[in-house]
Design a protein around this ligand. Structure first.
Ligand code: 5AD
Length: 346
């Protein structure tokens, strides 16, 4: 029995075993195929052929953090900053609702303008207007009390990628005021408060080695988040990593399958970053075990300003057009866009 059989039979492995698994899968196509097939089997067992959509509203690109890889980090001088008003956010929801979206994801930099009061006001507005929709927040590290207030205001889910479970890698990608342990604590807080919580990381940022990825997998298993977002690192021209290579699409796709097996009932998006590096990246992600896509509902005029990395897709087209295209693309690979909120299984 090889390491892939062991993984498929018992799901969790030690860090050393995860390294072995990735090495073997990357060297042996038959092993890769076996992993993909198992991932697809589990994805269908829990979610059938359904692909869930989330309307992504990038409502502020101000950020007090200075993550070295990110195009909208505090120190990035050439970013034209913007914030949407509550009214503009509600207009995005209205447009999205009409298009069939039943989850809205409010994503932004860590913008101190959006205090608990202002955020809660926005969440209450969406909650009142769209009682049948899920509200997901993706606004970074906040206090337990802040998360509690926002939950009370009506938020259901929270996305906060842990970025890197390995402390050393985390420290090399972030300024010293940011701490891996603090970030992980936020995720435990969110879970305790009853949010459906999402963690995740980039594949292939500068300095990431296989044991770092293995550590991420061990951490994901331990945390047991309902959602997991991973995408390839893509250099942004105005960061210290401008000249670094992007992460590998193949490795990202393999990790999507491994994560599906590790946490079979998770909601896993085929991310925009994957679609940016490879024009069929999203389809590849879905075929590997992902079951969520997150089209952009931000106002067209702001989309280019939310530039986390270079050549980000979906900055031009109308969301409406894109949804129809997406439905066709998803059907072509044997899945279907689902209606409804698309909550985590169980
Ligand atoms: N390449 C790929 N992903 C990035 N993110 C930030 N910058 C980049 C980049 N250069 C990801 C981070 C963050 C999410 C919103 O986007 O993982 O959590």
């Amino acid at each position: 029995m090889n390491i892939a059989d062991k993984f498929i039979n018992q799901q969790d492995l030690t860090k050393e075993e995860f390294v072995e698994l990735i090495l073997l899968a990357e060297a042996d196509e038959a092993v890769r195929r076996r992993i993909t097939e198992e991932a697809v089997r589990l994805r269908k067992k829990y979610y059938g052929l359904d692909v869930y959509t989330r309307g992504l509203i990038e409502f502020t690109n101000y950020c007090k953090n200075n993550c070295y890889y990110c195009g909208i980090r505090r120190g990035s001088r050439n970013v034209e900053r913007y914030r949407l008003t509550k009214e503009e956010i509600l207009e995005c929801c209205e447009r999205g609702y009409g298009l069939g979206f039943r989850t809205f994801v409010l994503q932004g930099g860590e913008d101190p303008y959006f205090t608990d009061e202002r955020m809660a006001e926005i969440v209450r507005g969406i909650r009142a207007g769209y009682p049948d929709c899920a509200i997901t927040l993706s606004i970074g590290e906040r206090s337990y009390e802040s998360y509690r207030l926002l939950k009370e205001a009506g938020a259901d889910r929270y996305l906060l990628r842990h970025e890197a479970a390995d402390e050393e890698l985390y420290a090399s990608l972030h300024p010293k005021e940011m701490e891996a342990a603090r970030r992980r604590q936020c995720l435990y807080d969110l879970k305790e408060l009853g949010y459906q919580a999402g963690a995740g990381f980039m594949v292939g940022p500068p300095g990431q080695k296989l044991p770092d990825l293995a550590e991420d997998l061990v951490f994901l298993k331990e945390l047991g988040p309902q959602m997991i977002g991973i995408g390839p690192f893509i250099p942004h021209h105005d960061t210290r990593y401008a000249g670094e290579p992007a992460g590998s699409v193949e490795r990202t796709v393999l990790l999507l399958s491994i994560i599906r097996i590790l946490l079979p009932a998770a909601l896993i998006p085929a991310t925009t970053a994957l679609g940016t590096l490879d024009k069929s990246g999203r389809e590849k992600g879905l075929a590997a075990g992902a079951n969520v896509v997150m089209p952009n509902l931000s106002p067209l005029k702001n989309r280019r300003q939310y530039e986390l990395y270079d050549n980000k897709i979906c900055t031009g087209e109308e969301a409406a057009e894109y949804r129809a295209e997406l439905a066709a693309a998803v059907e072509k690979i044997g899945y279907r866009l689902a209606d409804g909120r698309g909550d985590a299984w169980g």
